[in-house]
Design a protein around this ligand. Structure first.
Ligand code: GLY
Length: 315
């Protein structure tokens, strides 16, 4: 019997104790990860996931999430979901009811949520709208109510987007997507990720959080890993899978995380380039790394009395 462990990225503290309570009662890692992330998605003070998440370039909140089971490598993700506050639960439903597919996006994901009884909700809050308005004050040539200037690929939009995103520098304190990784008594290793994605993103942009091997990966033989931050870097470097490959080659968890970040940070990227990662092995070892010196991750073991905040190793 394995000793349960649950770890998460910054701000997973909103749900981690609930996840550990499930594991301590002999519950599954799948239930623990989903319950933890739902609480994070419902945390209105958090502007990077669920309700209150930061909007796309048109002011609409679009959510990505995914879940992966280590023993089977079954994976389900949803991308660019509007109007449904708990994408992690929609992803889990896809895993259970639609095993012929790994990913649903946009209208299809929303149709699936509707058909399976998920309730719609307003995802913007006064605070998240104020952040959007402040960050994206219309420029002289923007059309009232329309925040993107032209069709995808248009040079004018691209220049504008670079300018806008560069203005949104990482602020002090915890930010970004939430990752939750859990090992249960039965030895199952599950990884879940939820996000509102890149702030002010082009509508329809789906990031690494919805995709296997990039933002989320779990393989019971070696470990599970997940990423936070600049999703396009994780997509180009196959972030989570690369960390798990490092574990498979015998690297310790921290070194596996650092090795992936070294590779990702060497990629040319005109945008803000911070990427973070963390991992958990089937025998309960864990590690995390980041570019920022103050970055942390959160841990609970079977004996923890509260969430423990650990420093990430700096790249
Ligand atoms: N890592 C989350 C995103 O880029 O959407």
């Amino acid at each position: 019997m394995a000793s349960p462990v649950i770890i998460g990225s910054e701000r997973s503290e909103a749900g981690l104790a609930q996840g550990m309570a499930i594991l301590r009662q002999g519950g599954s890692a799948l239930d623990a990860v989903e319950a933890t992330l739902r609480l994070c998605e419902d945390n209105l003070a958090d502007h990077y996931v669920g309700t209150g998440g930061l909007a796309n370039a048109r002011g609409e909140v679009e959510l990505d999430a995914s879940i992966m089971i280590g023993s089977t490598r079954a994976f389900a993700g949803v991308g660019a979901v509007k109007n449904y506050p708990n994408p992690i639960s929609i992803a889990r439903k896809v895993l259970e009811l639609l095993p012929q597919h790994c990913l649903l996006v946009g209208e299809g994901a929303e149709l699936f949520a509707h058909e399976n009884g998920f309730a719609k909700a307003e995802l913007s809050t006064p605070e998240s709208l104020a952040l959007f308005r402040e960050a994206l004050k219309p420029s002289e040539n923007s059309v009232e109510g329309v925040r993107t200037l032209a069709a995808a690929g248009d040079e004018a939009y691209r220049e504008k987007a670079i300018e806008l995103v560069n203005r949104f520098l990482p602020h002090e304190g915890p930010w970004g997507t939430i990752n939750v990784l859990a090992l249960d008594e039965a030895g199952e290793l599950v990884c879940g990720v939820s996000t509102s994605g890149y702030p002010w993103k082009y509508p329809g942009r789906v990031g690494d959080s919805a995709l296997p091997g990039t933002g989320n990966y779990s393989d019971i033989r070696y470990g599970a890993a997940a990423c936070t931050g600049r999703g396009e870097l994780s997509m180009r470097a196959l972030g989570a899978r690369t960390v798990v490959d490092g574990l498979a080659r015998g690297l310790d968890p921290t070194e596996a995380c650092l090795e992936m970040l070294r590779e990702a940070s060497a990629l040319p990227d005109a945008f803000r380039a911070e990427l973070r990662t963390l991992c958990l092995t089937p025998d309960g070892r864990h590690g995390a790394a980041a570019g920022q010196a103050t970055a942390t991750y959160s841990v609970m073991t079977a004996t923890s009395t509260e969430v423990e905040i650990h420093p990430r190793t700096q790249l």
